[in-house]
Design a protein around this ligand. Sequence first.
Ligand code: DGL
Length: 270
Amino acid sequence: MQQAIAVLDSGVGGLTVVKEVMRQLPREKILYLGDTARTPYGPRPAEEVVRFTREIVDYLQQYHPKMIVIACNTATAVALQDIRSRVDIPVVGVINPGARAAIGRTKTGVIGVIGTEGTIKSGAYETALRMLSPRLEVVSRACPDFVPLVEDGNFRSAETHRVVTESLASIKQGAMDCLILGCTHYPFLSETISEVMGPEVSLISSAEETAREISTILHENNVLAGRDEVPVHQFFCSGEPRKFQEIASAWLGEQIRLTPVVWRVPQLGG
Ligand code: DGL
């Protein structure tokens, strides 16, 4: 049986990474888990996000994936190192790829970052960006209202436009020419975000660069899918399946095979 790339997120956000992995690596099988029962992760304490991420990884490990992709910035910020120390397969996050993509694009050296409260509080993007280029100016804002809109499938309404306009008002800045969508849910709102930020600001999603990193690692480890593979992807979600199925199928342009997951241990505060 073909070994899969296991991808996780708090909900539908990681599908923005999955879509790009499918485009760049069409023979690779994807296992995706969206923890929709416990979304959003952004406002939760770091220890709780680490615990949830461990739980998802343990669940996905029963399928013996060849790699794990933490397609959630909030979980990458607080749990990447922890997960790497617990498993013996490569683990990829989305923050370094997003930072690399922005550095490759900015001309003014002023980069905006928007993400969940957890990601922005962690300072993980500033750290990643400054490691690559110490003299950058980085302007960050948490946008806690975006994830619920995306999980509702509310991508282009007047309400979405209002929320995005209000949330981004304080980050619109003279010299900023790149805005990192530092939450994998945000590319679902990219048309609205782009309208609000204006044509001078490029929106940077980590999806493309993350898919490139996945490709490089699979190649280096000599575990790329064979030429004749026709992958059958598998999706899991822990919450109400109908909305997830609808958003995922529309976004990926294909009907998905979805299996509900019920967490065995009741979650405190979850
Ligand atoms: N999509 C996730 C991220 O990239 C999580 C959003 C959330 O659950 O708050 O941060």
